[in-house]
Ligand binder design. Structure first.
Ligand code: ADP
Length: 223
């Protein structure tokens, strides 16, 4: 489902050059739940961004769901980002001026789904993540754990086969964090969503089938 072949990412700034990823080789099969661990700055977010098609590698190729991302046109790449991958972030990134259901419906609306259908889909996803009873609430009326559940509903609204989670429990207390991880595990087990979870936490990584360790932009066998 996800395959990285000799992927490097170099950020070239004004007089600075940062090698965020160096010759990464990685394969994740359909239906896997994989944790990505490593210290801050080791390249976890960069790796997720490349798989999401938000950024392209300096060298090498990223394959997701059979598509080589560097070969896609701009239009095909934005379609890929919208339909084939969902992302959840540490700080939820919900739009503050939209209700819970409107936040969840937004990616479907952007994909051209009619409002009535998008609303039904959003409500179905909110039911899935246990947040239907809060569908008309604003993000500021929700707890961190509730906002993250809404964000997971939004990430899944277009039924992407891949879900990328960048420190999704980093800002939550342990109970809310556990609930979010249980929800991810359920989406993986019941809906077959392939999940890549970047985390600092050993406890979070324990929810995954296996753990990949990243260090200074390179995958290492052991922590
Ligand atoms: P992590 O998510 O593991 O904390 P990142 O992928 O965010 O790591 O960063 C990896 C390295 O790349 C770090 O040294 C970081 O400073 C650098 N980096 C990340 N994004 C950029 C950017 N847009 N421009 C320059 N350097 C960057």
């Amino acid at each position: 489902m996800i395959r990285l072949v000799q992927v490097s990412k170099i950020y070239d700034g004004a007089g600075t050059r940062v090698t965020a990823l160096a010759n990464v080789l990685l394969e994740i099969v359909r239906g896997e739940f994989v944790a990505l661990m490593g210290p801050s700055g080791c390249g976890k977010s960069t790796l997720l961004h490349l798989i999401a098609g938000v950024d392209l590698p300096t060298t090498g190729e990223v394959w997701v769901d059979g598509q080589g991302l560097s070969r896609l046109s701009d239009r095909a790449l934005s379609q890929f980002r919208r339909d084939r991958v969902g992302i959840v972030y540490q700080f939820y990134n919900l739009l503050p001026t939209m209700s819970a259901w409107e936040n969840v419906a937004l990616p479907a609306l952007l994909a051209g789904v009619p409002v009535r259908v998008a609303r039904e889909r959003a409500e179905e996803r909110l039911r899935l993540v246990g947040m239907l009873h809060r569908k008309d609430h604003w993000p500021h009326e929700l707890s961190g754990g509730e906002m993250q559940r809404v964000a997971i509903g939004r990430a899944l609204v277009n039924e992407p086969p891949v879900l990328l989670a960048d420190e999704p429990t980093g800002n939550l207390d342990s109970k809310a964090g556990r609930e979010v991880l249980e929800l991810l595990a359920r989406m993986n087990a019941e809906r077959g969503v392939t999940i890549l979870l970047a985390t600092h936490s050993q406890e979070a990584a324990a929810f995954a089938h296996r753990t990949i360790h990243l260090r200074d932009g390179t995958i290492s066998a052991a922590p």
